[in-house]
Write a protein of this length. Structure first.
Length: 159
């Protein structure tokens, strides 16, 4: 099974608390797995360069420039949780990244909790806003990001 990326995580929520049993995910971390219509959006990852490009493209849809936490996790637990990733076109300003998009559909609370375990066992990282600004500008300069599809408020901040 492939590896997947989920962006927009507040990584401090994922740190185990002293009261959290080993191997368990802090409850606040579930706030980062906010579903809409019982769906969650993820991207397929094949290497660390790909992961950074996905995070940059995802960030380009936001209205502000902020630190962006993300996790890359193994999709192997999907089968055991009854989750079937459905490929669907992404909505970022990067056409290549959009081809890597999947929706996790018809999720239940139990599946989201299981998914949180997979995410917690993955690798997480943070791109600071200052670096994200550089990466967004580089994406625009290299024409990986379509400026017409970058959030207009964000574009104003990048000028």
């Amino acid at each position: 099974m492939s590896e997947f990326l989920i962006a927009n995580l507040k990584l401090d929520r994922w740190l185990p608390e002293e009261r959290t049993k080993a191997g368990e995910v802090p409850a606040d971390a579930l706030a980062d797995l906010k579903t809409r219509g019982n769906e969650l959006s993820v991207f397929e990852v094949d290497d660390s360069t790909n992961a950074e490009r996905i995070v940059v493209a995802f960030s380009a849809t936001k209205s502000d420039l902020a630190d962006m936490g993300y996790a890359v996790f193994d999709g192997a637990p999907f089968d055991g949780l009854g989750i079937v990733p459905h490929r669907s076109p992404g909505m970022t300003p990067d056409d290549l990244v959009n081809t890597l998009h999947y929706d996790l559909q018809h999720l239940t609370a139990t599946q989201v909790a299981g998914l949180a375990g997979a995410v917690a066992n993955g690798r997480s990282d943070l791109i600071l806003a200052k670096r994200l600004r550089v990466l967004l500008r580089a994406g625009l300069d290299a024409k990986r990001l379509d400026p017409a599809r970058v959030n207009k408020k964000l574009m104003a901040l990048l000028k």
